[in-house]
Design a protein around this ligand. Structure first.
Ligand code: A2P
Length: 296
């Protein structure tokens, strides 16, 4: 249906999923349960989010059949390398209480405590990929991909991989429209997933977004998410609030005009609210001043 896209290995993926970064404990449990009741099937987590156990419990409690859920998790910068990544995914599956992931990503091109551009880091990253390839062939992951990769990281990976990545998950919203990266990914049949599609909430008060929202009788969040959908990316808004989870899913019954899309594209300022992939992961920690929350 029009609510789905297809990955380069023919696996179907919904255009919308629930983001869970910074969602924890009982809050994330009720968020996942509510999302599943509101028509979401895709849940995005990561080992660094430290909420996989609660998400696993919610999935069980929901009673939804496993095959009707699309579950993504990510190998952290602290788990890079062949053996480490195999071990890490084993633990992810255990925490989530499932036999397989629908999508497993390398969370970050850099490994902890290594210079991002170093040869050693590149080797480690490619070993991590080899581990994901093995898990893919063993059907522990229905699809594999990467996150926060630049075009250069992808070019490098494509030149050595046996299984091509299906996904690159990056920060994307009208202040960071990621045009060249999206075009590169499209040429290489890599689907883009947009995390922080609301700019961590920062775009909800943007005058252009609010103007289009009031003309359309939609909420700013719905305008931002619809913009992503029409750029053919999967949007992964994060919320723990029931009304917002529902609101964020009501984006498939209207279409933004070319002019509205252009206005939103025009807001681009290449601004990252989360972190920039050109920085070493260790250097990224202070960037959490945006949220006041320590990531790892
Ligand atoms: P909350 O979880 O309390 O609902 P992003 O997905 O871009 O990272 O944005 C997430 C932020 O936006 C969170 O602070 C979340 O807060 C908030 N948020 C999510 N959906 C909505 C919405 N529909 N309206 C207002 N704020 C929202």
């Amino acid at each position: 249906t029009h609510h789905h896209l297809v990955l380069n290995n023919s696996v179907k993926i919904a255009r919308l999923g629930l983001g869970t970064f910074r969602s924890k404990g009982e809050e994330v449990k009720s968020a996942v349960l509510h999302a599943l009741r509101s028509g979401y099937s895709q849940i995005d987590t990561a080992s660094v989010y430290r909420n996989e156990v609660e998400i696993g419990q919610a999935l069980k409690e929901s009673g939804v059949a496993r095959e009707n859920i699309f579950l993504t998790s990510k190998v952290s910068p602290y788990e890079q390398g062949y053996d480490n990544a195999i071990e890490a995914v084993g633990q992810i599956l255990e925490r989530l209480g499932t036999e397989y992931l629908d999508l497993c990503l390398i969370h970050w091109p850099g490994a902890a405590k290594l210079e991002l551009r170093s040869e050693k880091n590149k080797e480690l990253r490619h070993e991590t990929w080899r581990a994901l390839e093995r898990l893919y062939l063993e059907k522990k992951c229905r699809a594999i991909g990467v996150s926060n990769f630049t075009q250069q990281h992808l070019e490098c990976l494509l030149s050595v991989c046996a299984v091509r990545p299906s996904v690159n998950q990056v920060e994307m919203h009208p202040y960071l429209i990621q045009k060249p990266l999206r075009e590169y990914c499209q040429r290489n049949e890599i689907l883009v997933q947009a995390y922080s599609p609301l700019g961590v909430g920062n775009l909800l008060a943007d005058p252009v977004v609010c103007d289009i929202a009031s003309l359309r009788k939609r909420t700013p969040a719905q305008i931002l998410l619809r913009w992503g959908v029409q750029h053919n990316v999967v949007v992964l808004p994060k919320s723990v609030k029931k009304e917002r989870i529902q609101e964020n899913a009501a984006i498939f019954d209207f279409v933004l005009s070319d002019e509205e899309m252009d206005r939103l594209d025009g807001l681009d300022q290449s601004h990252h609210f989360c972190w920039s992939p050109n920085e070493d992961v260790d250097q990224c920690r202070p960037l959490n001043i945006h949220t006041g929350i320590t990531l790892m």
